[in-house]
Ligand binder design. Structure first.
Ligand SMILES: C[S@@+](CC[C@H](N)C(=O)[O-])C[C@H]1O[C@@H](n2cnc3c(N)ncnc32)[C@H](O)[C@@H]1O
Length: 272
């Protein structure tokens, strides 16, 4: 496959890190999951060395664990609703459809044009697997979601909402509640206490994290029923062999600052 030029900047560039994390996971003997499609695509993508400062074995583990947990949540949804409709907002080069999604009725991957132009050079759109090149905040994408009973609809936002302002998050959730009441929404929130070095580097790279929370109670009042909350740092502790010296500090993930550094939430959208 020919080399695909990536001249991504800002938040779109960050998807190179999560894609690389899955490619490296795929190649491990003890991989949490296999991702041959990401591995295939990666052969024609150039890594951006500006992201080196955000890359470490622990960040790779975290992004792989996060992808794995979202996969499990999707698999559980599809086990109950094999003909579900799944929408991935800010999908980047997510290959979740290929890993766990192929029994759905329809899967939509949505991202900004800069990312989708790249993705279209690698991926093949089909009637079942659709690509939308548009901001998640341009709510007209909702018109493209096939009609289905609300309990079958699953909307994902992995590594996305922290790049929006609080007002943008509120508007998005309000629109989702209006258009898709009772649907399931899986998303990640980032604790404000983790506004350390990584946040500084992201801001320098033009991808500032804008919506940072104290904990999951910050979404109280947004019209969601939270069914499940998982702390990503606590989930990482399931793999002590991969934590290096940090394995001696897993107790710290009980402290709020670490517990809330990244929370993965499964929620139902309440009607407006
Ligand atoms: C950290 S990456 C995560 C990509 C993917 N979800 C994953 O986990 O591999 C963030 C993604 O959000 C996308 N993004 C940022 N702002 C967006 C917006 N307004 N609408 C849709 N996607 C957006 C970026 O282009 C990028 O692909």
């Amino acid at each position: 496959m020919a080399q695909v030029l990536t001249q991504l900047t800002g938040v779109p560039r960050t998807m190179l890190m999560t894609t690389r994390a899955r490619v490296e996971e795929h190649q491990r003997a003890d991989a949490l999951f296999r991702d041959p499609k990401a591995f295939e695509w990666w052969q024609s993508i150039a890594w951006d060395s500006k992201l080196d400062r955000l890359w470490s074995p622990i960040s790779q583990l975290s992004w792989a664990v996060r992808a794995h947990i979202f996969d499990q949540m999707v698999q559980r949804h599809l086990a109950t609703h094999p003909d579900a409709v799944v929408v991935e907002l800010g999908a980047g080069l997510s290959t979740r459809y290929y890993r766990v999604g192929q029994r759905c009725q329809c899967w939509i991957d949505l991202d900004l044009p800069a990312v989708m132009n790249l993705r279209r050079q690698l991926d093949q759109e089909t009637a079942q697997h659709r690509l939308i090149s548009q901001s998640a905040l341009d709510f007209s994408w909702m018109d493209a979601v096939p009609n289905c009973p609300p309990e079958k609809l699953l909307i994902l936002a992995e590594g996305l909402l922290m790049y929006f302002t609080l007002e943008q998050v509120q508007q998005l959730i309000q629109q989702l509640r209006q258009r898709f009441p009772h649907a399931t929404f899986l998303f990640e929130i980032i604790g404000g206490a983790s506004k350390g070095r990584a946040a500084k580097v992201l801001a320098e790279l033009g991808a500032p994290m804008q919506w940072l929370v104290k904990d999951e109670h910050d979404v109280d009042g947004m019209g969601l029923t939270i069914a499940q909350v998982r702390s990503l740092l606590q989930e990482n502790c399931r793999y002590p062999d991969r934590l290096g010296a940090l394995r001696w500090f897993t107790w710290m993930t009980k402290l709020p600052a670490f517990r809330n550094a990244s929370l993965l939430l499964e929620a139902k959208l309440l009607p407006l």
